[in-house]
Each structure stands twice: as C-alpha cells, then as structure tokens.
Design a protein around this ligand. Structure first.
Ligand code: WTA
Length: 653
C-alpha cells in the first residue's frame, strides 16, 4: 500500500461526522430518501434489463428501437443492440422538440471577461453548420477528429458536431505538448485537427496553433487543420491544409440532420494514463454512454429547470465530456462555462462568477478547493454565494478538513456535497452521495449509484471484510463502461479484465466501512494524481531518459499541499554536472515531451537509483525520501541512497 493510501486511512478512521440531507432537499429530490435509493438500487442490480429498458426507452430518442438491452459480458458487452440513436440529437434536437429551444444551454465567460450565451436552438444551429463544414472536408462516420482547443463554446460545438455525423473525437487537453499531440494523433490515425490561434491564461495568450504546427509535422494522417480565431494572434496558415473556422462555417448550411448511429458506435476516444508509458485511448460508445451520463447527472446533481450549473473542469478531461457537454445537455440543463484561471485577475474569480450568474450547482476539484483555502477566506467573503444549493467534487479524494471548509465557507453550511468517484473508463459517476437521500461523511464517496455493483477483493481475489482495504472492482456491466482501448484490444483485456476474471478492475484501492460507505484509498499501480490529473510515473521516466544527460531515473509521487501529489524524480546523470541549469533543462525537456502538467517539482540527482537485488526500483524508499521522511542532505550534489537502500531491501521485497 502506498504512503498516501495509508495516511488517508488514518485520516478517515477518525471521521465520524455525518451530514444528513436537509428536509428541503429530500422533499424535492428525484430520489428523496435512503429507502427509495435502496429500492431503486436493488431493482437495478437484480433486473438490469428491465431497469435500463424502462429508462432508455423513454429518455433517449430512437431512430430505430433496440432489440436487446444487454448482451455479452466484460470485453464484449453490447448495450441496446440493434437500436439507432445519436448523442447530438439527444442533446439538442430532443430538447428543442420538447419545447426548450429558447432555454439557455451555455453561458460562457472568457478569461478577459467577454461573454456569450447560446440557447438550445442557437447551439443546434452552430453545431449543424460546423458538422457540415467537417463533412465538406471529407469527414464521415468513424473518422477521428483531434481537438486541441480553448474552453470556448466552440469546443463543445466541435464535439457535438463530430458525434452528430458519427465522427470520433479525440480531445487533447490544451496543456499538452506537441509531442503528446503527435503521439495521440498517430495512435488514433486522426484525419482532421481542430485548434485555435490561442487561448487566454492568466492574461497571456497561449499560442496553441504554434504547438499544433509542430505536432502536425509528425502527424502524417492529419489532412486538414481548422483554426478558431480567439486571441487575434498572428499564426502561420499552411495553404491547402489550414482553414479558418469562421470562413468554413460562413458558407455552411444550417441543415444537418443527425446521422442515426448504432448504439455501439464509437462516440469518442479520450487518452489517459495507465501504468505503462504509453497513454491509452479509452473508447466510449453512443447509447450506453449517453444514458449513463444523462441519468447520473440527474441523480447526483438533482438538476431542476431553474438551476444554473457550473462544472469547472476542462473539456480536455472526461469530466468536461460527461458533465459539461453530454450529461447536462441531454438533461436540458443550463451550463456555465469559463475559459480561464481561477486566480485571474484575482483569487476571487470563481466567486465573482458564482455571484454574477447566480450559480446554483458547483462541481469542482479538491485541488482547486485546497488552493482557495490557501488563498484565504477574504476572497470568498467579498461575494454573495447564497444562490448555491449543491456542491460537488471529483478527481481525487477530498481531505475531511477541506470538505468542511467547502461545506461551511462556500456552501454556507446549507449545501450538500456530492463527492463523486469515477474514472475516464467508467464514462460517468459510479460512487456518490445522492443529495436528497444520502447522509454524507466528509472524505467518503459514500455509495454506488443504481446499476453499479462494486466488490473489494484482496490479492487472492477473496472479498475482504468490512473496514479492510482491497482492490475495488465492478462486478456487473453498466451502460457507460468503456468498450475498449483504441487499437489495442489485448491491453484492454489485460489491464481491466484479467486480474479478477468477470470483473472490471478499477486500479483503485478502497475500503467499505460499517455503514456500507466506500472510502477510496489511492491507486494500486504507478499512476499518480497531480491536481486531479492522472499521470503515470513511467511516462515521466520515459520522457526524462530521452534526455541525453539522463542515464537512469525514477519518478514517484509525494504529498503536495495544493496539487494532492507532486512529481519527484531521482535522476542519475551522464556527461554532466548536477547543476540547477541541468535541472531547468530537464524540466524544459519534460514540458516539451508531455506538457506543463508533468513537469517535476523536485529533481534530485543521485549516484544510482536504488534497486532491489532482483532489479526492481525501490519505489517505497523513494516515496519516503521524496516525502521528506528520510534525511537527504545537500541536494546540489549527488545523493547516495545506497546505504538506505541496503537497509530497506528486506522490507521492499
Ligand atoms: C481518482 C476522473 C477519490 C481515482 C473523473 C480514479 C478519485 C482516478 C475520485 C480517475 C474521488 C476520481 N475520490 N479518488 N471522488 N474521483 N478519483 O480518469 O484514483 O481522470 O481512479 O477520471 O481519479 O481519474 P480520471
């Protein structure tokens, strides 16, 4: 078990505060009591066919009805086979048909303060025009469109336009490097690249097109690049390959009927880190993903027509896919979208936005909350946050003290908090309180949603006793589950399905307490969580060893006040001196290879990376050293951990 895992357990063991749902919430909620939750949960578990049939039949539009609800298992599951539907249709046309065309779908604010709102009808028009522009460039069913864009409405328009015509989007977070984009484009055989002249971040224009130009030198499959004007930033436009977004849509027709797509059609791929160096393209489908994001959004956020919902994630991550675009829009919600940083122009930007737009539901990440705590209450106190009625968190565990601050300072003690556990692979929320039904405990993601059947097992695959930690697995298929890793079915099987045959392996450790509440205890593999973003230590190591002065290296996570975990690397160098210049150069190198989010906080030069006799890196020792549990001495010279390593060798094995 990792350090973080064990310290988290210590923490949670002492946590016995309970926050029952308020009467006000319970009386209005879709699921309004623990008994009602239990009843729905049991029905979904015991009769998944009947349960999901009733929901899917009524809540998605079917161009052709499905012939079966669920077929197959584990690696060959099919949900709603034989049916034809369309994600963009369910997000747009269905809402318009229900009379909600004039309802605001997106309220957007850019970092410089520019604003836009789009009703469902307006969003529909923009999506149709852009879909026609894509079609004109030859994009059709199954073609991969790589998206590297700012958080403007166009990123949502682009995603919806793709799924409208059956193209597969691969959104790449706009903080990744040219190398990372090229790797993903290559793996996905992307045909078209979408980007912008830049994005605004802390008052500066980040020139995305420059990065894309470098990526496209190594992306031979990309035929066209569409560039959105955002910053009026000069950029190179390659004749024949590059097109301005506004010019393409100017001449595009507004008429673009949604293509009826088989339920199991791939809707998108999203690259995420696993326990090896190569990111994997998680593959999601159409109908199952659609119903899962819609229902989980409704259950967990208990969305009402008058709500203003704000998810602060970026569309470059799964949270942005499922809970900015597909879930909320298919539920007909009004969503706030913000382009920039939480501390620009000042540390109260989020609270200014909550006050200005009267946000009622706020969904954000623990790392952001920790930053707010650090920045000080005065930034919060400047604003009226009384519109808020529900708060959510995602991406990593939340420490109970941070939870309490969020509850009291942001939620004024009146807003329930939904701590939602899920993954890129699960498509949507899996474990979470229901705000009208679940009494919450700070630090616990509480209970499984209807349709989710978790099991916690030890190394011998035996279910563990209550209060014992073990590997969290999911034992029944659910509609939003991933259907594969793009181009690598073997890895898909190996990674998720072989450890505990018949069950999905989440990669997380968890514990169930006496009340049947789940506590996530961190990863079982070498994935680290930096500011709620997944990175594999091996990815960082691979980037570093590609530097000419690096002989060998090991990357580990260490606790960090704001980011949750920071990356610490131990590097053995060759043909160089252990200087700060070399440290800077290594940081630049990682930034170039992966992106700013993977840049190590600590770089320590060592005589040798300590290993066991069998040659395994002694990660636990390194984690301890990185966390400051061991004496280290002067970090400007080569550190020698060999003595410590020998002392520790016996307990590493
Ligand atoms: C972690 C993000 C504790 C977990 C939606 C998971 C969490 C990984 C929580 C997935 C939570 C996410 N409590 N840990 N509420 N939510 N995690 O794919 O380790 O970016 O496996 O999806 O984040 O990260 P991903």
């Amino acid at each position: 078990m990792s350090e973080t895992a064990s310290s988290q357990i210590d923490n949670v063991m002492h946590e016995d505060r309970l926050f029952p749902p308020s009467r006000e919430f319970a009386t209005r909620a879709r699921i309004g009591s623990a008994e009602q939750y239990q009843e729905i949960y049991e029905r979904a578990k015991n009769d998944p066919h009947g349960f999901w049939d009733e929901i899917a039949k009524n809540e998605l539009h079917w161009f052709e009805p499905y012939t079966s609800v669920l077929e197959g298992e584990t690696t060959n599951v099919k949900w709603f086979a034989g049916g034809k539907t369309n994600l963009a249709y369910n997000c747009l046309d269905a809402n318009i048909a229900a009379g909600h065309g004039d309802r605001i779908a997106l309220i957007w604010e850019g970092e410089p303060g520019d604003q836009r709102t789009l009703t469902y009808t307006e969003l529909h028009t923009e999506v149709c025009k852009f879909a026609n522009a894509l079609k004109k460039l030859g994009v059709g069913v199954g073609d991969v469109v790589s998206i590297y864009m700012p958080m403007t409405p166009e990123i949502a328009i682009a995603m919806l336009a793709c799924v409208r015509i059956g193209a597969v989007h691969s959104v790449i977070f706009a903080g990744f490097s040219a190398e990372a984009i090229a790797d993903r484009n290559h793996d996905a055989s992307a045909k078209v690249q979408l980007t912008s002249d830049g994005l605004w971040r802390r008052g500066k224009c980040i020139p995305l097109k420059e990065t894309v130009d470098k990526a496209l030198e190594k992306s031979p499959t990309v035929e066209h690049c569409i560039v959105l004007k955002r910053c009026e930033n000069e950029c190179n436009m390659q004749e024949g390959r590059d097109h301005w977004w506004h010019e393409l849509v100017q001449s595009a027709s507004e008429d673009c009927p949604a293509t009826p797509l088989d339920s199991e059609t791939t809707s998108f791929i999203l690259y995420t880190s696993g326990s090896t160096g190569k990111p994997k393209g998680i593959r999601h489908t159409t109908a199952g993903y659609n119903i899962w994001t819609k229902k989980t959004f409704e259950w967990v956020f208990d969305y009402r027509d008058e709500d203003i919902y704000w998810c602060t994630a970026d569309c470059g991550w799964i949270t942005g896919h499922s809970y900015i675009v597909y879930g909320p829009l298919s539920a007909g919600a009004t969503c706030l979208m913000y382009e920039g940083a939480p501390n620009h122009p000042a540390e109260d930007r989020f609270w200014e936005l909550v006050e200005k737009y009267k946000v009622t539901i706020l969904y954000t990440a623990p790392t952001a909350i920790r930053a707010f705590v650090k920045w000080g209450d005065e930034h919060v106190d400047k604003h009226d946050l009384s519109s808020l009625r529900l708060l959510g968190t995602v991406g990593e565990g939340i420490n109970p003290d941070t939870w309490i601050w969020y509850h009291e300072k942001i939620g004024g003690g009146r807003c329930p908090i939904v701590d939602t556990w899920w993954q890129t692979e699960t498509g949507g929320i899996m474990l979470s309180p229901l705000p009208g039904a679940t009494a919450t405990k700070p630090g616990s993601c509480t209970q499984p949603l209807p349709g989710v059947v978790p099991v916690i097992v030890d190394e011998t695959l035996t279910p563990v006793e209550r209060n014992n930690g073990g590997m969290l697995c999911i034992s029944q298929p659910w509609p939003g589950m991933l259907r594969g890793i793009w181009g690598d079915e073997e890895r898909f099987k190996r990674q998720y399905w072989e450890t505990f045959p018949g069950n999905y392996l989440t990669g997380d450790n968890a514990r169930l307490d006496d009340d049947g509440y789940y506590w996530i205890m961190g990863r079982i593999d070498d994935v680290i969580n930096v500011s709620g973003h997944r990175l594999s230590t091996i990815e960082v190591e691979s980037a570093l060893v590609s530097h000419p002065n690096v002989a060998e290296c090991a990357a580990v996570g260490r606790p960090h006040e704001i980011k949750g975990q920071a990356i610490a690397v131990f590097v053995t160098i060759k043909d160089a001196e252990p200087t700060d210049e070399l440290r800077d150069d290594l940081r630049r190198h990682v930034r170039k290879e992966i992106g700013a989010l993977a840049v190590p906080d600590d770089i320590r030069f060592t005589e040798a990376v300590p290993k066991t006799r069998s040659g395994k890196i002694m990660r636990r020792l390194l984690r301890d050293i990185a966390a400051g549990h061991e004496a280290t001495g002067d970090t400007s010279t080569l550190e020698d951990f060999s003595v410590l390593a020998k002392l520790r060798e016996s307990d590493e094995q």
